[in-house]
Design a protein around this ligand. Structure first.
Ligand code: PEP
Ligand code: MG
Length: 567
């Protein structure tokens, strides 16, 4: 009998295949006393060797794919493995009669606690490293290996509690047919990642009670996973995959052509990127530029901040595939669910309402200045756009622009080449910014509406909380009304407006965004061809009428019905 699980649609497309359960949990530890302490000590050393070998492989792979600095995390971990302040007490514990597993668990926790109690931040932060290493040794001792996906050898639907960028980075190409996570929402970073990889995904599905290898049909548009499907169900899923592939191939064939409606209205279609690989993929997919560089992606998952030269290099590489197209660099947007190991933010009860985006960079001007210098240097000889995230009021923009001007003057004094053709914009993702768009328009050249956060803050729905995920619908009429207000205010002052939240890449939403006169749509690279082909089938006049109907609807379900009936 097949079983249907319902979650949240996170990345479109259908996948059929065996499920691969990606589990972090550990089996129970052995109880009692081992007979042979020497053999236990030997078992411990062998486990440490296997962990060291695993770290070596991760280091090599990371160095080749990401760079030296990111790879250092793994070499630092390997050094801890040889540190007698960790290994000696474990051996002593074993010789006192403990199983290696119990000794590792106890000592790792004790040493981590000692680090945590230290005054210096650097040492306190090492507690997490020790716990992580302890778990890795335990996994080897318990014979369950490291929970990484690099060994995946059969194309599978990966079912996990959650997936981080480092989990997915290790998946060999072609082995992930789909992602299904127990937690997360449509705008959580797992979902964004799946969309940028073009892999169907369902998130926030809750507990999945299934054994590895069970066949499943994952539908990333409907947000469902069907376990143990019948032959007919598999056949119809395969037919749907073929239909989608044909539609996609057709869209890709025209991807590099501009996107104008049948009545001749041009919409700029650009991409959201997190690094150079995304930028290359974006250009290949027909994106006309980059509407959002999530620069924080190069700051996350590493112990130190990238210096100015490293940033210059990374930003130049991102602009490489777009020698003439626009490239919008969003300044560091950390805080909320994106924490930076190198910058301590005191624990907050509501991090999404805390020190995030522009609030953090204004409070840490050195980080901000270094980044602005790097963007300006990287943009020498071409046009470059700088955008500030999480802006809530005009004063923040003025403060940020003052720093930008100081940085420009500083570079000029030092005779350093820099961009002189600069556009400055802000993300509209806080309701106050949308409501004050007329005044913000005096401070900037453009707006880009971040519907992911604008939805979260307008509807008071935490974008990462699976319990309320279905409420986080960017097609809510309240969000659409704010978009209308922002576009009208901007156009009045001759400013252009983009949308760079996930809504921009949803083909169902294309007609309403065109009808609301949004000038630019920025999305994950795989969505570009489909959205362009959707625009080419629309009439602007009809879209305007459709937008009026959507704005008058009283809930997102009605908006979806209106849009589905028109598509
Ligand atoms: C948004 O909030 O819509 C956005 C594009 O920014 P991020 O998803 O990176 O917060
Ligand atoms: Mg945002």
């Amino acid at each position: 009998m097949s079983r249907l699980l319902k979650g949240v649609a996170a990345s479109g497309g259908v996948a059929v295949g065996p499920i691969h359960l990606y589990r972090h949990e550990l089996p129970p530890l052995p109880q009692g006393e081992p007979e042979d302490a020497d053999a236990e000590v030997e078992r411990f050393h062998q486990a440490v060797e296997r962990v060291a070998a695993h770290l070596g492989r991760l280091e090599e792979k990371t160095r080749a794919e990401i760079g030296d600095d990111a790879a250092q995390i793994f070499s630092a971990h390997a050094l801890f493995l040889e540190d007698p302040s960790l290994t000696d007490p474990i051996e002593e514990e074993i010789r006192r009669g403990a199983y290696a597993e119990a000794a590792v668990a106890e000592v790792a926790e004790r040493v981590a606690g000692e680090f945590e109690a230290m005054e210096e931040e650097y040492f306190a932060a090492r507690a997490a490293d020790i716990r992580d290493l302890g778990t890795q040794i335990l996994r080897e001792l318990l014979g369950v290996g490291q929970p990484d996906l690099s060994g995946l050898s059969e194309p599978s639907i990966i079912v996990a509690y959650d997936l981080t960028p480092s989990d997915t980075a290790l998946i060999p190409p072609g082995m992930a047919l789909g992602f299904c996570t127990m937690v997360g929402s449509a705008v959580s970073h797992t979902a964004i990642l799946a969309r940028s990889l073009g892999i169907p995904a369902v998130v926030g599905i809750g507990e999945v009670d299934a054994t590895a290898g069970t066949t499943a049909v994952l539908d990333g548009d409907a947000g469902t996973v069907l376990l143990d499907p019948s032959e007919d169900e598999v056949a119809s899923a395969r037919a749907e995959i073929e239909r989608q592939e044909r539609e996609r191939a057709e869209a890709i064939a025209h991807a590099k052509e501009p996107a104008a409606t049948i009545d001749g209205h041009l919409v700029e279609v650009v991409a959201n990127v997190g690094g150079v690989e995304d930028a290359v993929r974006a250009a290949e997919s027909g994106a006309e530029g980059v509407g959002l560089v999530r620069t924080e992606f190069m700051f996350l998952d590493r112990a130190d901040l990238p210096d100015e030269d490293e940033q210059v290099e990374a930003y130049r590489a991102i602009m490489g595939p777009f020698p003439t197209g626009p490239v919008v660099f969003r300044t560091l947007d950390v805080g909320g669910d994106k924490q930076l190991p190198a910058v301590e933010i005191a624990p907050e009860l509501n991090p999404f309402l805390g020190k995030r985006g522009i609030r953090l960079t204004l409070a840490e001007p050195e980080i901000f200045r270094t980044q602005l210098r790097a963007i300006l240097r990287a943009g020498a000889g071409r046009m470059v756009q700088v955008m500030f995230p999480m802006v809530a009021s005009p004063a923040e923009v003025r403060a940020a622009r003052r720093i930008l001007e100081e940085v420009e003057a500083e570079l000029d004094r030092a005779g350093i080449e820099r961009a002189t053709d600069i556009e400055v914009g802000v993300m509209i993702e806080v309701p106050s910014a949308a409501l004050m768009a007329d005044l913000l328009a005096d401070e900037v050249d453009f707006f880009s509406i971040g519907t992911n956060d604008l939805t979260q803050y307008t509807l008071a729905v935490d974008r990462t909380n699976p319990v309320v995920a279905p409420l986080a619908d960017a097609l809510h009429p309240a969000v659409l009304r704010l978009i209308r207000q922002v576009v009208e205010a901007a156009h009045e002052k001759g400013r252009w407006v983009g949308v760079c939240g996930e809504l921009a890449g949803d083909p169902l939403a294309t007609p309403v965004l065109v009808g609301l006169s949004v000038d630019e749509l920025s999305m994950s690279p795989p969505s570009v061809p489909i959205v362009k082909s959707r625009i080419r089938a629309l009439s602007r006049e009809n879209c305007r009428e459709l937008a009026r109907e959507c704005l008058a609807a009283d809930d997102p379900a009605e908006v979806r019905r209106i849009l589905a009936a028109a598509s």
